[in-house]
Design a binder for this molecule. Structure first.
Ligand code: ZN
Ligand code: ZN
Length: 147
């Protein structure tokens, strides 16, 4: 494990009061080691304290996102997926048909990010990108492309 401070410490360092409920949520987030949906965190939290509701989980995740401690990615069908910022920067290619997600490393994206910056002085917000398409299995069932 790295020596990065816990989420609890990270919030305290920023002067944010951490309620016992919030501490339980932070702990659950850390135990997910990277990938999670709000519902998965909610399930985990419910085992510790069944009084914590989903809205509190969402609010805590939103706070972590604003503080840049987690990144979120929209995996389609309204499923937001969160990752700890300490988790290596990664992206997803998600199949529109079966929902399978291929995780790919940041270096595949860096030529595009560099080109956007060099040509257009555009700074891509590309911490956690989702590209939609079709996996190999599902692509073979697509209708042929009309030309
Ligand atoms: Zn991810
Ligand atoms: Zn598929």
């Amino acid at each position: 494990m790295s020596a990065t401070p816990s989420l609890l410490e990270a919030l305290k360092q920023r002067g944010i009061r951490v309620t016992p409920q919030r501490a339980i949520i932070l702990n659950a987030v850390e135990q997910m080691h990277g990938h999670m949906t709000a519902e998965q965190i909610y399930d985990q939290v419910q085992r510790v304290n069944s009084y914590i509701n989903l809205a509190t989980v969402y609010r805590t995740l939103e706070l972590l996102r604003q503080l840049d401690l987690v990144t979120e990615a929209d995996m389609g069908a309204g499923a937001m997926h969160y990752a700890l910022h300490t988790h290596a920067t990664h992206h997803h290619a998600v199949c529109r048909t079966c929902g399978r997600s291929i995780e790919f490393p940041h270096e595949l994206l860096t030529p595009l990010i560099d080109a956007l910056h060099n040509r257009y002085q555009f700074r891509a917000d590309a911490d956690h990108i989702v590209i939609f398409g079709w996996c190999d299995d599902c692509a073979s069932h697509l209708p042929p492309v009309q030309t």
